[in-house]
Ligand binder design. Structure first.
Ligand code: NAP
Length: 251
């Protein structure tokens, strides 16, 4: 059987305590990767994920760091360096929504979403690239959204942050290919997590179900499978691309 990852391969998954990030961390561990689990506040969930990963025989490291806080991010990379020495795979997954119609959206709300989602991705990528460039290898998978491709009403801040992540990823792919580093994007449609529950749950389903060809929301595992593919050598000739995982929501 073709192993997806080499022995000793390490990953950092941001926002891994819950939802999609948690599924990604578990899938990478299942495929033999040691995982650094980043979270913002949900320590209990992060600890239970660490335990699950260790039960699989992999190493896990939990690190609290807010995407909005450059000092905490720097500290996180110090910890990764001292315990894992390097990271081979970075998954920029942490993200928030703060929905509202543009006319009613405060500048603070717009800024918070951009700061967490887009600047967070920038801050983490910059630190990870230092390690990856000196190792002359690495893979980055950034989690965007269909909202960043087609735009979703009520999400001016979020759509802008995710469109930014897509353009940012294409630049990373071009600038760092010469160091053996690939960078791709997974753009989920509607996935069953706290995020979709918080932004409407059933009413969100009623509103959008007609537009989803497969007639159901996705599961976090659907995104984790796509990420594992893009993080592995099975996608070694793919870089600077967006893989939409949305059950046929957008063209
Ligand atoms: P979720 O269930 O709300 O989980 C969000 C995760 O991000 C949590 O682990 C949370 O940590 C972490 N997080 C939030 N703010 C953070 C910050 N400032 N610093 C560090 N970590 C932070 O969200 P999800 O649905 O799994 O979404 C994961 C990613 O997929 C996001 O980028 C989201 O935009 C994207 N996405 C989701 C959907 C969907 O339908 N669910 C669709 C398209 C794209 P704590 O637990 O510690 O708070």
């Amino acid at each position: 059987m073709w192993k997806l990852f080499d022995e000793g391969c390490t990953a950092l998954v941001t926002g891994a305590s819950r939802g999609i990030g948690r599924a990604i961390a578990l899938e990478l561990a299942r495929q033999g990767v040691d995982v650094a689990i980043n979270y913002r506040s949900n320590e209990e969930m992060a600890i239970s994920l660490k335990e699950e990963i260790e039960e699989m025989g992999r190493q896990a490291l939990i690190i609290k760091a807010d995407m909005q806080n450059p000092d905490e991010i720097k500290q996180m990379f110090k910890q990764i360096k001292s315990q894992f020495r390097h990271i081979d795979i970075l998954v920029n997954n942490a993200g928030i929504i703060k929905d509202g119609y543009l006319m009613m959206m405060s500048e603070a709300s717009f800024q918070k979403v951009i700061d967490t989602n887009l600047l967070g991705c920038f801050r983490i990528s910059q630190e990870a690239l230092k390690m990856m460039c000196s190792a002359k290898k690495g893979v980055i998978v950034n989690i965007a959204s269909t909202s960043g491709i087609v735009g979703q009403e009520g999400q001016a801040n979020y759509s802008a942050s995710k469109a930014g992540i897509i353009a940012f990823s294409k630049v990373v792919a071009k600038e760092y290919a010469r160091y053996g580093i690939r960078c791709n994007v997974v753009a989920p449609g509607f996935i069953e997590t706290d995020m979709t529950n918080d932004s409407g749950g059933k009413s969100l389903k009623d509103k959008y179900m007609d537009f989803i060809s497969l007639k159901h929301f996705g599961e976090p595992q659907d995104i984790a499978d796509a990420v594992a593919f893009l993080a592995s050598s099975r996608s070694k000739y793919i870089t600077g691309k967006v893989l939409t995982v949305d059950g046929g929501l957008i063209d």
